[in-house]
Design a protein around this ligand. Structure first.
Ligand SMILES: C[S@@+](CC[C@H](N)C(=O)[O-])C[C@H]1O[C@@H](n2cnc3c(N)ncnc32)[C@H](O)[C@@H]1O
Length: 198
């Protein structure tokens, strides 16, 4: 079972994990969904005590949330603009009994970051700049959207309390406010942990 393997810290390959998804979703995994190994690191960095509320900004098929909610006592919310990905995520959270995970169908620009303690970004907006890497044709992509999302995220992060944690993975484009310090890097510096200064 996928979540037994995660709970018991058994090594599970992405190919094995991804079998929980329909084939078309599995095929997109290498480029679009967080590798299990990375998701484990991120979840352990963000959840330093039970009940920490983690937001996955652009949560796709919920792969990070499944790993995090299985492995830790954090509360994981994914927000995702593609409804069919939200539906897949929520049915898997149900199937695996993950009461500490849920996915919401929303654009990031409607989300108040103040309801969360910690944030994860896996390059969510890049498909606006690099259309060959888009997931599908069902959302409108543009450079203007990219700029709008980056500015919105920056403005939300500005208002959060000291101690707020962010992990970015392959996400150089995300503009983290100067009030956050990068305190550690992993995975050949593709994965960064940021904390708002005290
Ligand atoms: C690279 S995938 C990462 C998925 C997931 N976080 C993971 O690591 O497995 C980025 C996701 O962000 C979503 N996304 C992009 N722009 C968004 C926006 N403005 N609001 C909500 N979701 C968005 C995309 O639909 C895509 O599913």
């Amino acid at each position: 079972m996928v979540n037994d393997a995660i709970k018991l810290e058994v090594d599970i390959t992405d190919n094995e994990f991804d079998k929980i998804y329909p084939l078309a979703i599995q095929k997109k995994s290498r480029i679009h969904w967080t590798p299990v190994k990375v998701a484990k690191i991120v979840a352990n960095l963000l959840v330093d005590k039970a009940g920490i509320k983690v937001l996955d900004v652009g949560s796709g098929v919920g792969k990070f949330c499944i790993v995090g909610a299985t492995l830790t006592e954090g509360i994981f919310t994914g927000i995702e603009q593609r409804k069919y990905l939200v539906d897949i995520s929520n049915s898997l959270f149900d199937n695996y009994g993950l009461e500490n995970a849920r996915a919401i169908h929303a654009n990031v620009t409607s989300i108040d970051f103040g309801f969360y303690d910690a944030f994860y970004f896996y390059n969510p907006f890049m498909e606006n700049l690099c259309k060959s890497r888009r997931i599908d044709d069902i959302v409108t992509l543009s450079e203007n959207h990219y700029t709008e999302y980056i500015i919105y995220v920056h403005s939300q992060l500005l208002n959060l309390p000291n101690g707020t944690k962010i992990v970015t993975y392959c996400s150089n484009g995300i503009k983290i406010p100067n009030s956050y310090k990068k305190i550690a890097s992993y995975e050949n510096e593709l994965l960064d942990l940021w904390v708002k200064k005290r």
